[in-house]
Write a protein that binds this ligand. Structure first.
Ligand code: ZN
Length: 528
């Protein structure tokens, strides 16, 4: 009698390679991802490549109605001395939904105030590498993280982003739970779009309501502008606000307290009054429309002209608290520059002192996490926060994973990388407009002067990183005269062919992100 293929499959679980060959039955051979093997009586499910394409497989020697639930499937019934049913299905949205129902760990969940990393993935292939990096790191993964802006720029849907996260979690058998961040939501319609796709963390971006010029208006003008605040949404009056804060000592932590004067209070009302009102309306929409949905709310005020002062932070958080809106995290605009794809620029000692106080306010009025937007590659900031050693942080990254994907292309297909680089250089002047970057074209070495093996040096140069970074939307969506994508499919094929290397780059790069926080585990130390 032949050995039961279910048992030999389960034996593969201990293999450490990304994929390994497996004979299901005589000449039915696939390349299995050993980490993806899941038992669910009476079946075993796993991801494997067949003919170079990834599928979900299920196998059972009995019969199971679970297999009926999958769509577009092929079912092989192999009957000789052993009755074996094999299910083969595409990694489609419908099948991802079934997987989420059968395996709860493949559904996003609330992360709460524990430390977390946002791992945005613009191409949709790097999440397994992210999970390998974050496993046992002390950080929780927020895997599906996409802003409306990024969705538009990459032509992706919220469902695609969620499904990519689900399949990655399944492939890695990651059971520590992951969050899904609907990032930078500006309207109730944005909430609907992401809620329908199952997102659980809602980052409300009220930046359109920030009155930046409040900083330079005189008292009379500020007073006049305050009549434009949506006081009904704030369930209070101008006088109520002034009384609550003017010359009042607000204790935060030990000797650290805030005593705003009249001007500061007026400024905060004008600058942030309608910001708070908008957050209230967005939060009410979420609660009313999706009453049964577990959700957590971040408020991001990181995209303002000037840094969020400590009193402004206090003011926003305290008012939201009064209005019954609990936050999981708040993203202030910090002192110094958080440019895309490169380290912090500014006085790190000043940042650290401010950050400590932001933390104290978050502890006092929450607790909630301090969220670091444009968090990719801010190594000196991670060291500073790790050095403080207390409080809770959420770090949002995205673009840096796109750069690691391009690193794979640079190593494996330098010709293709040169085309992407030239295209990115040509588009930099236009694309940089909507991003916070200071990179200059003249500081990027002439690609023609670089040998192929030197191309990866570009990933160590701030200006080159930013040139590559801001072009991601164009690179991933530009089509030729024939209507086909010029780069996207080629990049995807390259990453699929060199999957293991891609994961290795991502893992190494994210360990550099995580280690400075000082939460280093044994398994991370042993990483080459
Ligand atoms: Zn942001």
């Amino acid at each position: 009698m032949k050995p039961d293929p279910l048992h030999s499959l389960l034996d593969l679980k201990s293999e450490s390679s990304t994929v390994t060959q497996f004979t299901i039955y005589t000449d039915f051979v696939v390349e299995v991802y050993p980490s993806s093997i899941h038992e669910l009586e009476p079946a075993v499910f796993f991801i494997a490549r067949k003919g170079g394409v990834k599928y979900l497989f299920g196998m059972t020697t009995q019969s199971t109605s679970m297999f009926d639930r999958f769509q577009s499937k092929v079912v092989f019934k192999l009957n000789s001395d052993l009755s074996l049913t094999v299910l083969q299905c595409p990694l489609s949205h419908e099948n991802a939904s079934v997987i989420r129902e059968l395996f709860p760990h493949t559904r996003p969940r609330l992360i709460g105030i524990e430390n977390s990393f946002g791992l945005g993935d613009r191409i949709g292939l790097s999440n397994p590498g992210h999970l390998q990096a974050i496993r046992n790191s002390g950080f929780h993964a927020v895997l599906a993280q996409q802003s409306i802006r990024e969705l538009t720029r990459t032509n992706r849907t919220p469902e695609e982003v969620m499904d990519a996260a689900t399949w990655s979690v399944f492939q890695e058998s990651y059971k520590d739970g992951f969050g899904a961040d609907a990032d930078h939501l500006k309207t109730p319609a944005d909430i609907d779009l992401m809620a329908r796709a199952g997102f659980t963390m809602f980052t409300i971006d009220p930046s359109e309501y920030v009155v930046n010029e409040a900083a330079v208006l005189d008292e009379a003008e500020l007073k006049r502008r305050s009549t434009g605040v949506a006081w009904q949404d704030l369930q209070d009056t101008f006088d109520g606000f002034v009384e609550r804060y003017r010359d009042v000592t607000l204790p935060v932590d030990g000797p650290f307290s805030l005593t705003p004067d009249y001007r500061e209070v007026l400024q905060a009302i004008v600058k942030y009054g309608n910001v708070i009102a908008h957050v209230v309306r967005m939060s009410n929409h979420l609660k009313m429309q999706y009453p049964d949905r577990p959700s957590e709310i971040e408020v991001s005020v990181d995209e303002t002209d000037s840094p969020t002062t400590l009193f402004e932070h206090y003011f926003i958080a305290n008012e939201l608290k009064r209005l019954g809106i609990g936050l999981v995290s708040l993203a202030p605009r910090f002192i110094g520059d958080f440019e895309k794809g490169i380290d912090y620029r500014g006085d790190i000692a000043v940042f650290t002192e401010e950050y400590r106080k932001h933390l104290a306010i978050a502890a006092k009025l929450g607790p909630y996490k301090i969220s670091i937007h444009s968090g990719s590659d801010k190594f000196s900031v991670y060291h500073a926060i790790g050095g403080i050693g207390s409080g809770f942080v959420h770090v949002k990254t995205a673009g840096t994973s796109y750069l690691e994907a391009l690193r794979v292309v640079a190593v494996k297909e330098p010709g293709l990388f040169r085309e992407i680089l030239d295209f990115s250089l040509d588009n930099f002047a236009a694309e940089k407009q909507t991003y916070h970057v200071s990179g200059k074209l003249e500081n990027v070495p002439d690609p023609a002067s670089l040998e192929d093996y030197e191309l990866t040096k570009l990933f160590d140069l701030d200006d080159a990183r930013q040139v590559l970074h801001v072009a991601f939307g164009k690179v991933l969506t530009v089509r030729g005269d024939d209507g086909e994508y010029i780069f996207k499919e080629k990049i995807i094929r390259c990453l699929e062919e060199h999957e293991e290397l891609h994961y290795r780059f991502i893992k190494k790069h994210f360990h550099r992100h995580i280690e400075p926080f000082g939460i280093i585990t044994e398994s991370m130390q042993s990483t080459p």
